[in-house]
Design a protein. Structure first.
Length: 164
């Protein structure tokens, strides 16, 4: 895959999906906006050093994941972790019926409690439709490690939520 003609083209093409990934990963649209802005700024600074045969999408996801980690660390220092999830802030959150909000909150808390690498791998696989090779390129490691992280995340969620 060849590099796009300009960073602006690359950013315009991938910004919406990066933002959606960051909202899912961080659970807060404002933090996701901050992380997305930071990621695109970092990517812009490094764009000239990107090899012509690079997987630009995986490269951007890797930068976005690192930015999300930085934002999460700052958020943790700023305030104690919130026990309640704002369902209206999640994509499609306004569509949850009141009687479905408690189970959705439980799932959101369980996902948030996953180790960072497992949570990122799960979100990249289930919501962003990345393959295991792309997840490996994003998070570092092998496709097998990416597959194992997704598997372990699903296994922990099932154990926490009482599923099979």
């Amino acid at each position: 895959m060849a590099l796009p003609a300009s960073f602006a083209d690359l950013a315009e093409r991938h910004r919406p999906e990066l933002l959606g990934y960051l909202v899912r990963l961080l659970g807060d649209p404002h933090d996701a906006q901050d992380a997305c802005q930071d990621a695109l700024l970092r990517a812009h600074r490094a764009f000239d050093r990107l090899a012509p045969d690079s997987n630009c999408r995986a490269w951007l996801y890797r930068i976005a994941t690192n930015s999300a980690r930085d934002v999460a660390r700052r958020r943790t220092r700023r305030r104690a972790r919130a026990a309640d999830v704002d369902l209206d802030a999640l994509p499609g959150g306004a569509g949850f019926a009141p009687d479905h909000r408690d189970p959705v909150r439980a799932v959101a808390r369980a996902v948030e409690a996953l180790p960072a690498r497992q949570r990122a791998a799960l979100v990249l696989r289930r919501f962003q439709d990345l393959g295991y090779d792309e997840i490996a390129a994003t998070l570092g490691g092998t496709a097998e490690a990416a597959r194992a992280n997704v598997y372990q995340a699903v296994k922990k969620l099932r154990a926490t939520l009482g599923g099979n």
